[in-house]
Design a protein around this ligand. Structure first.
Ligand SMILES: NC(=O)c1ccc[n+]([C@@H]2O[C@H](COP(=O)([O-])OP(=O)(O)OC[C@H]3O[C@@H](n4cnc5c(N)ncnc54)[C@H](OP(=O)(O)O)[C@@H]3O)[C@@H](O)[C@H]2O)c1
Length: 404
């Protein structure tokens, strides 16, 4: 079978190739799946970089979420059958024509959920749901701050919050060009962190001389993969008044536009801009940036806030956690989250989250745009796009015969 194989650690696509490898066979409690679509994730990039804990041995086949049809069931598997449409969280190996999965992490896909969307559920959507509910203890009406808001998980969080009762959503992104994508994913306000967070910018409200995306658009779907990598470019935009939208988002007399102008003038007050957008403190922070923005998270946290640390996108060394005194004085909780660890220690919680997001999609309560990547051959370019921080939203690779 064809599979995407990483032969050793690399910062680029030079050690990734498509190869023929042996098909897996299911052991006890396992199934194999003919993969229709496989989700592409930043975790694949962290594996490719050789970040500690992601690859047990090279060569390595990445891919932790798939949708397809059951090919074969292993001994002891009674609730799944060959030909059944399923989505599965895998421990790797998903970017291949046939993937191995634990039955405990494989769930049926309800009718009407297409395979490219189902393939985005086991890791991305289940993580977003678990981040909000289990780790973050989100309650309807709360204010949520999400870093890397325009990416896969960031966009998924914005689309899930309304289905969980709604809340105020504030996102940060790594570059000004991603602000529009965060807003179109559903964020009420989005701010660009400039190189770890010193000059915040939001389109339409920056002071003269600030760097800004040259468009008055807001609310347009922007889903693009770099044409330079030979992949289709698909960008749609709708017109709108971003400054007005952000002022409206700030609500209740808070002058976010003024706050951001002041922040840009002062050059360093990202926390001030976020608090202005929040209309006060933030109840829940979802942070995949290691500890790079942890001080900021604490600065904007409302009393009783939860800060969930769930990644280390930059890959660097992490700073010590905040002092107990700082946490105690604000009644602030700092929580770690890893869906991979949870899948090992409590697979039923991952499977339950996966079932719930698939049901929300089937019921029309959750809409997840996915950029389809035409084949395994195009995946290395998408990994590179993600590695360079240029991805927007979710990507899933077409591997076999899709279902809809
Ligand atoms: N713990 C878990 O269980 C779990 C599960 C799923 C995902 N994650 C983590 O959640 C994050 C989002 O995952 P995703 O798959 O949806 O990816 P993504 O957001 O589509 O892409 C990763 C984003 O990380 C940001 N980033 C920050 N520093 C970076 C650097 N040095 N190089 C490249 N990108 C950098 C970029 O966004 P900005 O520039 O806008 O910040 C980039 O777009 C990742 O960090 C991932 O590891 C964790």
């Amino acid at each position: 079978m064809r599979a995407l194989v990483m032969t050793g650690p690399s910062q680029g696509p030079d050690r990734t190739e498509i190869r023929e490898i042996a098909e897996p066979t299911p052991g006890p409690g396992e199934v194999t799946v003919d993969v229709a679509h496989a989700g592409i994730n930043f975790l694949d990039v962290m594996a490719r970089r050789g970040d500690p804990g992601y690859v047990a041995a090279w060569p390595y086949v990445p891919g932790k979420e798939i949708a397809g049809t059951v090919r074969e069931v292993g001994p002891g598997v009674t609730d799944l059958f060959p030909g059944q449409r399923v989505a599965a969280f895998t421990s790797g190996g998903g970017l291949a024509e046939v993937a191995l999965a634990r039955a405990a992490l494989t769930v049926p896909v309800p009718a009407g959920v297409p395979s490219e969307v189902a393939a985005s559920a086991p890791l991305m959507l289940a993580s977003a749901l678990l981040l909000l509910t289990d780790a973050g203890r989100f309650r309807a009406g709360e204010t949520v701050l999400v870093h890397s808001a325009s990416g896969g998980v960031g966009s998924a969080v914005a689309r899930l919050v309304p289905a969980l009762g709604g809340g105020r959503l504030i996102g940060t992104v790594g570059r000004p060009g991603k602000v529009a994508a965060a807003l179109s994913a559903g964020y009420d306000a989005a701010v660009a962190r400039h190189d770890a967070g010193v000059r915040p910018e939001t389109r339409g409200v920056a002071a003269p001389g600030a760097r800004i995306v040259p468009s008055g658009d807001v609310g347009g779907g922007a889903s693009s993969v770099d044409a330079a990598h030979g992949i289709d470019r698909d960008v749609t935009r709708a017109g709108g008044d971003l400054a007005g939208a952000i002022r409206a988002a700030a609500g209740g007399g808070v002058d976010l536009a003024g706050a951001i102008r002041a922040a840009a003038g002062g050059g360093v007050d990202l926390a001030g801009a976020i608090q202005a957008a929040a209309g006060g403190g933030v109840d829940l922070v979802l942070d995949p940036l290691g500890t790079a923005t942890l001080d900021l998270d604490l600065d904007v946290a409302a009393p009783g806030a939860r800060i969930v640390l769930f990644g280390n996108a930059g890959g660097g060394a992490m700073a010590p956690l905040p002092s107990q005194a700082r946490l105690r004085s604000g009644n602030i909780g700092v929580v770690g989250f890893s869906i991979s660890s949870l899948s090992a220690t409590a697979p039923h919680r991952v499977a339950a989250a996966l079932r719930r997001v698939l049901d929300l999609i089937a019921e029309g309560r959750l809409d997840v745009p996915v950029t389809e990547v035409g084949s395994l051959d195009e995946v290395p370019a998408v990994h590179q796009l993600l590695a360079e921080g240029r991805g927007e939203g979710k990507y899933a690779a077409r591997v076999g015969r899709p279902f809809s």
